[in-house]
Design a protein around this ligand. Structure first.
Ligand SMILES: [Zn+2]
Ligand SMILES: [Zn+2]
Length: 517
């Protein structure tokens, strides 16, 4: 089966790129970017995690029909791709057209550069060419396939963050006759097509997850070029019936995944909805989730939250985490619902907000054998799950707050300062708070791994490599020896200091700045 190529970048970087292209007016312009790679079941996803924006004097022959990088700019981009083992994305624009195509000159240089870089990049890395049309509304993109020595198309460009924009080379038309979404379309700012192009993964299809599943099926996610996928390892018990609206008594004993899936296809024939009876520890589930544009977490344990948080930050996918809890006290009880939005590179993650109890997470992630063994030694409180109290109105508030925040995220309605919602049923109170990224956070902080895809973050920055490995090279000629090379890179420091190799702090700064506008 052919694997699809997907290019993913965050809203902040896309904004900077757009500004750069627009500043050149009617002339063509160019930027480079470094990308890491994530692999899902069907896609190779190239995650842009560092931009190299040239100054005007680093571009040559800049006219309305041409642009070329200076030798120095090209050397910096290639040298950095080489040093960090990243893919090198070479993007320019054709401001004279709405529907851009690579010219024969683009073709020629692209092939030459890709063949050249393939000799020096590690096996997983390659060259990506991207051309935008006027105002960056349309694009053409290709990824060099090193095995067959030719370019393959990348037909999907995902700009994640808030708003979420999916650009596709050939967007599919609405394949349904009557328009079920007529009432949506009259809402100011609503873009039904944007929802239908999204890939959304829901983890957990119980009390909260089933309600969000129902919402997203109703909203039309997965009806066009997107998809809607979910996972849950459990089968339906009679005590789940009151909280899963589409489950009936005859479903008891079936998997929650199968029940959700049949509901989606009954409700919305033709929908691309798939559910898996599996937990998040499964590699397959993690690969599927890595392809999503939004992940919805509706799991009831910290182990699951820890995995989702990591998936989100690594693959730069916004995460909507939903939880609800009833805590019995002596004569009364507490009842709370919470929703947190994580936009990797922009907001703090679930670790930053203290939403993951690491020792609980470690217990959750034990295998059943390990759990039994520890319980026998008295280390785990009870092996038979003690049932926790739960009731549909609380799930309803929490999950619909989640859906509402999901829509704010997708349509870019602004989340600044309200990434975290806390609903207290007993006090009849809804409180909003912001979750800034903690620079010391092991997941999304300076030593974390924002946008690094499948790659592990480097332990040490590679700048001082010896044995001539870090020479800057151009057209097969070494133009900077390793010793001089450090100085060359240092002069460009503000755009890429070593500690930022695998995270997007620069992006988060910019996105925060963009937020204030
Ligand atoms: Zn061109
Ligand atoms: Zn964090």
């Amino acid at each position: 089966m052919d694997r699809k190529n997907v290019i993913r970048l965050c809203q902040g970087d896309f904004g900077v790129m757009k500004e750069h292209f627009q500043a050149a007016g009617k002339k063509e312009s160019q930027v480079f970017a470094l990308c890491s790679r994530a692999t899902s079941e069907r896609c190779n996803i190239y995650i842009c995690n560092r931009l190299i924006i040239p100054d005007a004097d680093e571009l040559r022959n800049q006219t309305s029909a041409s642009v070329e990088p200076s030798r120095r700019l090209q050397a910096i981009a290639y040298g950095l791709a080489y040093e960090t083992g990243s893919c090198c994305l070479d993007a320019h624009d054709h401001p004279f057209t709405d529907s851009p195509h690579f010219s024969s000159i683009d073709d020629h240089h692209g092939r030459e550069n890709a063949r050249y870089l393939a000799q020096y990049l590690p096996e997983r890395a390659t060259t990506i060419m991207l051309v935008f049309g006027k105002d960056l509304k349309d694009f053409e993109c290709r990824v060099w396939d090193r095995a067959s020595s030719c370019f393959e198309p990348a037909e999907r460009l995902e700009i994640l963050g808030s708003p979420i924009q999916i650009l596709e080379v050939e967007p599919q038309l609405n394949i349904f006759g009557e328009d079920p979404y007529a009432r949506h379309r009259i809402i100011p700012g609503w873009e039904q097509g944007r929802l239908e192009a999204l890939k959304v993964f829901i983890a957990g299809l119980g009390g909260n997850g089933s309600l969000v599943w129902q919402d997203l099926v109703g909203l039309g996610v997965g009806r066009n070029s997107g998809w809607l996928k979910g996972c849950d390892p459990d089968v339906l018990e009679a005590s789940n019936l009151p909280r899963i609206p589409y489950a009936c008594p005859r479903d008891v004993g079936r998997s929650k995944a199968a029940i959700a899936s049949s509901y989606a296809h009954r409700k919305s024939p033709g929908i691309k909805a798939f559910c898996y009876q599996a937990g998040l520890e499964s590699d397959t589930m993690q690969r599927i989730a890595a392809e999503a544009n939004v992940i919805i977490g509706a799991v009831d344990n910290d182990g699951g939250r820890k995995i989702l948080n990591r998936l989100s930050v690594r693959n730069m996918i916004p995460l909507v985490d939903i939880r609800s809890e009833i805590i019995p006290a002596e004569s009364s009880y507490e009842a709370v619902g919470q929703v947190q939005i994580v936009i990797p590179g922009k907001t703090g993650c679930l670790m930053c907000s203290g939403m993951i109890d690491l020792s609980e997470a470690a217990l959750d992630l034990l295998t059943e054998d390990q759990r039994q063994a520890r319980a026998a030694m008295g280390y785990v409180r009870g092996t038979g799950e003690t049932p926790t109290p739960s009731v549909i109105h609380l799930n309803g508030v929490a999950s619909n707050l989640g859906t509402s925040q999901f829509l704010r995220l997708v349509f870019g309605e602004g989340l600044g300062g309200r990434e975290f919602l806390h609903y207290d049923r007993q006090k009849c109170q809804l409180v909003a708070a912001s979750v800034p990224s903690n620079l010391d956070c092991p997941v999304c902080g300076l030593k974390g791994y924002v946008g690094c895809g499948d790659e592990l973050p480097a332990v040490e920055p590679p700048e001082k490599e010896s044995q001539g490995q870090s020479s800057l090279i151009l057209d097969g000629v070494v133009i900077e020896e390793p010793s001089k090379h450090g100085g060359e890179l240092d002069s460009k420091k503000p755009r890429r200091s070593p500690e930022r190799r695998h995270n997007s702090k620069h992006t988060s700064d910019r996105e925060r700045a963009a937020d204030r506008e």
